[in-house]
Design a protein around this ligand. Structure first.
Ligand SMILES: Nc1ncnc2c1ncn2[C@@H]1O[C@H](COP(=O)(O)OP(=O)(O)OP(=O)(O)O)[C@@H](O)[C@H]1O
Ligand SMILES: [Mg+2]
Length: 254
């Protein structure tokens, strides 16, 4: 098994945001998580990536229990993520944003950085090369020297991908990568996710854009009120009565 959760649960006070979720992510595939607002999707990612401790249950990555590891250790093992909102250093260039993002996860300790040791400069150079490489991969070479506050929403989405890819991950968790961009741009990001899979990176994404999800996903899990209510291929999910009711219920009561 590549990456799996076992009985994963997260409580915030009296609210069970993620409830006893068993899920396995298939290696080399596009795995998707859908569900109404507040279903627990982002919380599920937050537990896997070590941002929040789980209340109970486990996360197993390549046979190793990573449930209690801090987020930087999880990242170093090859598990990367993006956030629903990407915060960039607005007054820095796109390239510098990716370099800094990468450096935060590399080995130089603070003393190396202060003393500007040889190791620091070697790593600095590696971070720079990596940033240039991932910006090229996500199609942002033209924007590398633009200020982060001057790029489009779609370019910001691609920077988020670049930040995740800079750590050479085996699996990337993408939280609503296509939110707030138009259909053509969404299509472009779908192609980028497929390109990641071709490069051997496993993808797991959260998305509300159903058309895109149904088109690119190999496997979908549906969360509702923290619980897994369905799992299957796009065809199976589209025809699932419980799923249809969960979505209709949401829109009728809204
Ligand atoms: N840090 C937190 N403290 C308290 N409650 C939280 C916290 N994070 C999330 N929640 C609650 O947990 C539930 C699940 O939230 P979550 O953000 O995981 O939903 P989601 O499925 O990602 O929703 P959306 O589609 O709107 O992004 C919500 O009721 C939310 O208010
Ligand atoms: Mg969310």
């Amino acid at each position: 098994m590549f990456l799996e959760t076992k009985h994963l649960t997260k409580q915030f006070g009296g609210l069970v945001a993620v409830n006893n979720v068993d899920f396995s992510i298939e290696k080399g595939k596009i795995n998707a998580i859908i569900g109404p607002n507040g279903a627990g999707k982002s919380t599920f990612f937050n537990i896997i990536s070590g941002l929040h401790p789980s209340s109970s249950g486990q996360v197993i990555f390549k046979g190793k229990d990573i449930t209690k590891l801090p987020s930087n250790k999880i990242a170093k093992l090859g598990v990367a993520r993006t956030f629903q909102t990407t915060h960039l250093f607005e007054q820095s260039t796109v390239l510098d944003n990716v370099i800094v993002g990468h450096r935060l996860r590399t080995k130089s300790n603070l003393l190396d950085a202060v003393l500007r040791t040889k190791r620091f400069w070697t790593e600095e150079q590696k971070c720079r090369e990596k940033a240039i490489e991932v910006l090229d991969f996500v199609g942002l070479t033209h924007a590398a020297h633009k200020m982060a506050d001057s790029i489009t929403q779609e370019e910001k989405k691609r920077v988020a991908f670049a930040l995740a890819l800079a750590t050479d991950p085996e699996v990337v968790f993408l939280d609503e990568p296509a939110a707030g961009i138009n259909p053509d741009e969404t299509e472009g990001l779908a192609l980028l996710m497929e390109k990641m899979v071709q490069k051997g990176i496993t993808v797991c994404l959260i998305e509300h854009k159903m058309q895109m999800i149904m088109k690119i996903s190999d496997k979908i899990m549906v969360l509702n009120h923290g619980e897994k209510i369905a799992e299957g291929t796009p065809e199976e999910i589209m025809g699932n009565q419980t799923v249809i009711e969960a979505y209709l219920g949401g829109s009728v009561s809204a």
